[in-house]
Each structure stands twice: as structure tokens, then as C-alpha cells.
Design a protein around this ligand. Structure first.
Ligand code: NAD
Ligand code: ZN
Length: 345
């Protein structure tokens, strides 16, 4: 089969690789029908994630069809359409029983990281029963592929952890795919005001189309003063960080109101300053964490009922074997125009 593999810092290739086979009776082999490219893949390719070794197949979002199910798999059989969680988990260890799937003691693997991922014709999914979700007939696969990672990330780590409530004023710092997923899922709770903050005007324009009530451009607007103006000098009820750099976490600390919540979604590669000396007196709650994808079935229902349309985030479509061309579009300077890139086979 063909797969997109990491071949050392700055190097990748669409190469011939052995088709995966069942290694444990709980494994499922899935033929990929749709996958994506994500910002994380670019970090891995740069060599920023040393845990990823040469030869690893990248990609952690996908939908497909069951090609083969191991003898112990109960929920899936050959031919079933499935949504793949970016995290594989056993479903029965103490952490999985608390739905902390990313901390599974016999898994918790992120696809395309420590095990082979979805940018390939086939992928092996360990613990298939708990790591795959059935796709009902007639579903829009392009919408559902957004539920492998970005939508549950935005919802679980941004909206639920940030405890967004009706009428709240919220600020989302970062209008990338994850910030957009926060924006889409926050609207389940009817916040009163959604302020989207980014450096990129084109992304902010898109955010307005998806329901942001206000946008602020870093480098152009005085972000902190503007948020204070918009909130009668109080600050926002919930500040959500979806970039992963110290400056944006700092912004969240400055714009959150007394009694408010800061939900950190971004992955920080360096130390971040925490101003407890200012936050304690404001009674601030701070949350953070790795996505568990335990809300994926719930999100699937919201997609099916038309409450949310994550396929809006797709800006580019390619065939799977055009993946190197797709990386060019996603990774180069025209990046601001690409939000989610879909690869289909
Ligand atoms: P992205 O790089 O596509 O988007 C980031 C956005 O931030 C871009 O629109 C960029 O213009 C903007 N930005 C950059 N610097 C900024 C600044 N100083 N101020 C304001 N905006 C700025 O990333 P993404 O795919 O949307 O992911 C966002 C973050 O979420 C990343 O850190 C990613 O690693 C993280 N993430 C976390 C989890 C989790 O489980 N917690 C899961 C997936 C992704
Ligand atoms: Zn487990």
C-alpha cells in the first residue's frame, strides 16, 4: 500500500509500505476513505517531535471502511463505515472507565505519533471496539472526519472545560482549525459575545462567517484595551487559548474577568508564565489537557441534526495520492487560505 511517512527533519515521502495486519485480536484494519493534514503533522515534519521516528506514517484524523476485524472485536465487522478517534484506548482500564482515553494504560496512543497514522491506504487501529465509532448510513463523511480530533478538542478542552454558559462573553485566541472548532461548539450554549483574536485577517473574516460577533487583529488592534471596552471594563467570562505560545496565554490572563475561566487548548513547547499573584485575587479557574474524544458520539448527533456544520472548515480537497501537493498548499505561505485540507480515496 502507499503511505505518507516521516523520513527525518524536513523530509517526507509518499512511499510503498507493507499493508498493516492484525497484530492483536482487538485490532481492526481500516481502509481509509478520507483523511486530513493537520498543523501537528507540520511540527512532526520539522523534527519538533523527537518521539516520532523515521518511517512513521503520519496523520491522525480519518474515516474509512473496516477491512478486517480481529477475533476479539465485538462492535465492528468487515464493510462497516467507521470514524477513527485520533487516540486509541482500551475502554476498560481505570483511566478509560473515567473516559480519560488519552491516558489509557494500554494505549492512549495518538495515531501518526507512536503508532502509524491515517495518511495511508490502510491503518491498523488497536482496541478497535473503543477507538472507532460507527458511521450511520447517509452521513456526510467530510463533516465527520472533523470529529476525529479538532471538534472534540475544541469542545472538550475549550468549551466544556471553560464552562461556557448562556449569555457569557467569551474570547478565543487563535482562529486556526482548533479555535474554529471552539467557535462552532461554543454556540451550543448561546454565549452573548464571541470575540475571536488572531494575527491573520483572512482567518478572522472566516470566523465572522462562522458566528464570531467581534474580531481583533493582533499587531493592529490594542487587543487587551478593546476586550475591556467590549465588556464594560470587566473582561470576558471565558478566555480560551488555542495557539500554544506564551504571548497568547498571557493575553488570556489579562482579559479574563473576576470569577472567570481560562481554558488552555494550545500545546506549549516552552515554559509559560503563570501570574498567580494577579489571578488569585480575581478567583480565576484554569483548565488544560489532552483531548479524550469521549464527546465524539455526542458531536456526531449534533452533526446529524444539522446543529453544527464542521465541513465549513474545509478549504481544499485532494485525492489521497496527491498528498504531497496537498502538503505544499497546507504548509507554504498561502497557508492563511487553507483551513482544513481533505484527502479522499
Ligand atoms: P494552527 O497553527 O493552524 O492555528 C493557530 C492560529 O493561531 C493561526 O490562525 C495563527 O494565525 C494564530 N496565531 C499565531 N500566533 C498568534 C498570536 N501571537 N496571537 C494570536 N493568534 C496567533 O493550529 P491549530 O491546528 O488550530 O491548533 C491550535 C493549537 O491547539 C495548537 O497548539 C495545537 O497543538 C493544539 N491542539 C491541542 C490539542 C489538545 O488535545 N489539547 C489537540 C489538537 C491541537
Ligand atoms: Zn484504557
Amino acid at each position: 500500500m502507499k503511505a505518507l511517512t516521516y523520513q527525518g527533519p524536513g523530509k517526507k515521502g509518499w512511499v510503498e509500505k507493507e499493508k498493516p495486519d492484525i497484530q492483536k485480536p482487538t485490532d481492526v484494519i481500516v481502509r481509509i476513505t478520507k483523511t486530513t493534514i493537520c498543523g501537528t503533522d507540520l511540527h512532526i515534519l520539522k523534527g519538533d517531535v523527537p518521539a516520532v521516528t523515521e518511517g512513521r506514517t503520519l496523520g491522525h484524523e480519518g474515516v474509512g471502511v473496516v477491512e478486517e476485524a480481529g477475533a476479539a472485536v465485538r462492535n465492528f465487522k468487515k464493510g462497516d463505515a467507521v470514524l477513527i478517534s485520533c487516540i486509541t484506548s482500551c475502554g476498560s482500564c481505570p483511566n478509560c472507565k473515567r473516559q480519560l482515553y488519552s491516558h489509557c494504560s494500554d494505549g492512549g496512543w495518538i495515531l501518526g505519533h507512536l503508532i502509524d497514522g491515517t495518511q495511508a491506504e490502510y491503518v491498523r487501529i488497536p482496541h478497535g471496539d473503543n477507538s472507532l465509532y460507527p458511521i450511520p448510513e447517509g452521513s456526510d463523511e467530510e463533516a465527520l472526519v472533523m470529529l476525529s480530533d479538532i471538534m472534540p478538542t475544541g469542545f472538550e478542552i475549550g468549551v466544556l472545560a471553560g464552562q461556557v454558559k448562556p449569555g457569557d462573553s467569551i474570547a478565543i485566541v487563535g482562529a486556526g482549525p482548533v479555535g474554529m472548532a471552539v467557535l462552532l461548539t461554543a454556540q451550543f450554549y448561546s454565549p452573548g459575545r464571541i470575540i475571536m483574536i488572531d494575527t491573520d485577517g483572512a482567518r478572522l473574516e472566516m470566523a465572522r462567517q462562522f458566528g464570531a460577533t467581534d474580531t481583533l487583529t493582533v499587531g493592529k488592534d490594542d487587543v487587551i484595551a478593546s476586550v475591556m471596552d467590549m465588556t464594560n471594563g470587566l473582561g470576558v467570562d471565558v478566555a480560551i487559548e488555542a495557539v500554544g505560545v506564551p504571548a497568547t496565554f498571557d493575553t488570556c490572563q489579562k482579559i479574563v474577568s473576576a470569577g472567570g475561566n481560562i481554558a488552555n487548548v494550545g500545546v506549549h513547547g516552552t515554559a509559560v508564565e503563570l501570574h498567580i499573584e494577579e489571578l488569585w485575587i480575581k478567583n480565576i479557574n484554569i483548565s488544560m489537557g489532552l483531548v479524550n474524544t469521549n464527546t465524539t458520539p455526542m458531536l456526531m448527533k449534533t452533526v446529524q441534526s444539522g446543529k453544527v456544520k464542521p465541513e465549513q472548515l474545509i478549504t481544499h480537497r485532494f485525492k489521497l495520492d496527491e498528498i504531497e501537493q496537498a502538503y505544499e498548499v497546507f504548509g507554504n505561505a498561502s497557508r492563511e487560505k487553507a483551513m482544513k485540507v481533505i484527502l479522499a480515496q
